[in-house]
Design a protein around this ligand. Sequence first.
Ligand SMILES: [Zn+2]
Ligand SMILES: [Zn+2]
Length: 417
Amino acid sequence: MKNRIWISCLVLLLCLGGCGHKQETAPAPVESQVVQSSEAQATASSTLSESIPSSAESGSTVPEPLTELSVHYIDVGQGAATLVLCDGEAMLIDGGRDEKGTLIQMYLKKQGVTKLKYVIGSHPDGDHVGGLDVAIYKFEPKVILLSNKDSDANTYRDVLDMADAIGVPVTHPEPGDVFPLGSAEFTVAGPIREYEGSNNNSLVILLTHGEKRFLFCGDAEKSAEKDLVDAGVDLDADVYLTGHHGSASSTTRTFLEAMSPEYAVISCGEGNPYGHPHAEVLDLLRESGCKVFRTDEQGSVIVTSDGKTLTWNCAPSETGKPGETGMAASEAITGGETETQKEKGEKWPTGEAPDGAVYVGNTRNQKLHLATCDSLPVEKNQILFDSLEEAERKGFTEENQCQQCQPFYHVRTKEGE
Ligand SMILES: [Zn+2]
Ligand SMILES: [Zn+2]
């Protein structure tokens, strides 16, 4: 019981430390305490999970969860990335676009995550697997789950190469496979057959924590949704990560009725060229009485569960405003770069280190820089380190350091700061 209280405190600290970019200034002592305790916490929680009474023993149909679960729908602009934390274990479902790897690395670090248990790539599209290579490199997951559909896209090859580099084989899960995450678990609900397009082959993940259920559909479209409903898959969910960023290609009325979610989260970028979320989907969600949260309007959306109730970090969106289409959208497609820069979630310009970074490695040429160096790699090729030891463990050497800033010769000055 004492242990349990202690863990609850830690979880509370974790939550206090991570309330999205709207409350970015968590006091430093809290954060460092969490980071320091994470190893002890993992040990304690694994001891505790052995003592969870099974539902049969306790005579209850719903197992009693030990602590909180939190689901972070990270604001990655156009794309999706969700971090799930439960009892000291962490899972990342999708990683945004290629250039979001550093943002995700910083976000996870802020939550006190040092290791990921699972990395899931719903499907090979760049707005989902783009940042996963950095997450795999930095947080060395035990299990990497990818959809069956292969792709030649560079971003996807980067993920496979990185999995190979850290020596973790890629798993293509089957429908019905169940994986534990602390006192929560998730089931692979789909896809239940193979499709032509990449989107429909998205892994469909149903996460359960006590009485609360969260559904993640990647970019699954109408035909995949129909097959799930027709096959009688139990889709009942409390929180629905709206398929394909709220596109009208997805979220049919029948599918929504099968889930009957109380809440829907839409992960999309402000001013995205696809016009996500589409008015049809927003109307349908409103009609069904579903409360809507949106990363394009609200930044990172975080929900915590105690197994019975859900608590959100912000109030639902009331705008009902669809993404812009027509003239603005077609301009956005041709003027890609301006559009990207305008996108919410771009926290620092290309070639600059984010706040708090000490060392910046270039994942392309293995060159190490001080974060203050004038010639940093572009954001998507950055990997951040707190110490030289950490960088060295990842294969960055003195021989190959940046000759301009010479991080290996600045070690004492840096440590003294
Ligand atoms: Zn997508
Ligand atoms: Zn897609």
